[in-house]
Design a protein around this ligand. Structure first.
Ligand code: ZN
Length: 150
């Protein structure tokens, strides 16, 4: 069990030191900012939504290792998903970190955050990026869709 714990810790350290999809996203048409006062984590999520598909996700910000690693793994997990799939993943992730994982769900790399449920103060760190993504997806597009002239 401790070996598995070490492996998980390594994955979190790796993603916090070398976050994937970090930086602004040129084609983003959704954006939201998240702030976790308890820890001081700040995250901005950029999403490019095309039709119903989350085409790409990037993030910027500064925070603790858990919040950064969570945001990094989020970008890989939701890219290419439909908005509904991304929202379901958000719910499942929330259940995972609050200690009530949805039965039968394969969390893949996100399973690394299961241990967070034992540290209530860290739950907000792990879920910040997901709440921010949720806000970004719920936001209206900044520019209206082009209206067909036909
Ligand atoms: Zn934090």
């Amino acid at each position: 069990m401790s070996q598995l714990g070490d492996l998980y810790q390594e994955l979190i350290l790796d993603h916090s030191k070398r976050p994937r999809n970090f930086g602004r996203l040129a084609g983003a048409n959704r954006m939201a900012e998240g702030f976790n006062r308890m820890c001081g984590d700040k995250i901005t999520i950029f999403v490019e939504v095309e039709g119903d598909i989350v085409k790409d996700v990037h993030f910027e910000g500064s925070g603790c290792a858990i919040s950064t690693a969570s945001a990094s793994l989020l970008t890989g997990a939701v890219k290419g998903k439909t908005r509904a799939e991304a929202e379901t993943l958000f719910e499942n992730f929330h259940n995972l970190v609050t200690g009530a994982p949805t039965p039968g769900v394969d969390f893949g790399k996100l399973a690394v955050f299961a241990g967070v449920s034992e540290y209530p103060a860290r739950v907000k760190c792990a879920s910040l990026a997901w709440h921010t993504l949720h806000s970004a997806l719920a936001a209206e597009a900044p520019e209206a869709e082009p209206v067909s002239t036909e």
